[in-house]
Write a protein of this length. Structure first.
Length: 276
């Protein structure tokens, strides 16, 4: 059974009457990913039945790959259509060419978009090729476009070891919007395996802001592995602080963490209730 977070953390934590944060501890990453994919699939179908669009906020990194694999399977084997789906990706390195091996355009094409029937014009990923001077206007337009499509129905998130969501690194405040940011050193270290050397890892990125993320109607955050256990515990049970941008999710009305055993290891049992 899932449980709503009830035990107040030391400071600032929303009370059990206002918190919309729940935590599921699942058998493994596959189970967690299938659960989120099923939720996304049913949201898309619901909206299609009402002749409405479904707006998804999407994430990259190793964590959401199984969700995309499951969505592709649902498309192929269960006829799930993405014709009414509009997507906004959280972030992109800057600068980066869309065909670079590490670009998030390439990642999304390879893991999802090339295998489903999404309308390409409905796909939005921050551009890594715009002129530096054009970035602020571009970022404002990105947030405005999200709002004008009706806002994000479901935002998929991972969490970085720095506590980042998107590329909102430590120091990002709750009111931040889409913008150009500096990557944290730990985040750049985690990206070395993709870029083949620290000197090749970009220093900057464009990311949706914390506030841009908090505007989403539902947020589903996946975290797997023991290397995420400490930051997951601090983001959920610690006080809200810009030192851990993910901690701002504590204020959201419908946010769910889906964790495997290893990532849930440092949480107190009352936070997640029983293992699902
Ligand atoms: P990961 O990254 O999925 O590769 O662990 C998560 C994140 O940085 O949000």
């Amino acid at each position: 059974m899932s449980s709503t977070l009830e035990s107040p953390a030391p400071f600032n934590h929303p009370s059990k009457h206002t918190s919309g944060l729940s935590v599921l501890r699942l058998a493994d990453a596959g189970e967690a990913s299938k659960r989120v994919a099923r939720e996304i699939g049913s949201l898309i179908r619901h909206r299609a039945a009402e002749h409405r669009n479904c707006v998804l906020g999407l994430a990259t990194g190793s964590t959401p790959i199984r969700v995309y694999r499951e969505l592709v399977r649902m498309h192929r084997e269960e006829g799930l259509s993405f014709h009414n789906v509009v997507t906004f990706n959280l972030d992109e390195y800057f600068p980066i060419k869309p065909d670079a091996a590490q670009s998030y355009v390439r990642f999304m094409n390879e893991h999802l978009f090339d295998h489903i029937d999404i309308v390409r014009a409905n796909v939005h990923i921050p551009k890594g090729t715009i002129e530096l001077e054009a970035v602020p206007g571009y970022c404002r337009d990105y947030d405005e476009l999200i709002a004008s499509t009706g806002g994000i129905d479901l935002q998929l998130l991972g969490i970085g070891r720095t506590g980042h969501i998107g590329f909102n690194e430590p120091g990002a405040t709750k009111d931040t919007r889409t913008r150009l940011v500096k990557l944290d050193n730990l985040t750049r270290l985690d990206a070395v395996k993709d870029f083949g050397g620290m000197e090749h890892v970009p220093l900057l990125a464009i990311t949706m802001g914390v506030d841009s993320i908090l505007q989403s109607r539902r947020i589903r955050l996946l975290a797997f592995g023991e290397h995420k256990a400490d930051i997951v515990q601090r983001a959920i049970e610690g006080r809200m602080t810009s030192t851990i941008p993910a901690s701002f999710l504590q204020t959201h009305r419908d946010v769910q963490y889906l964790l495997d055993d290893a990532a849930a290891e440092c949480l107190s049992q009352s936070t997640y209730g029983e293992t699902v």
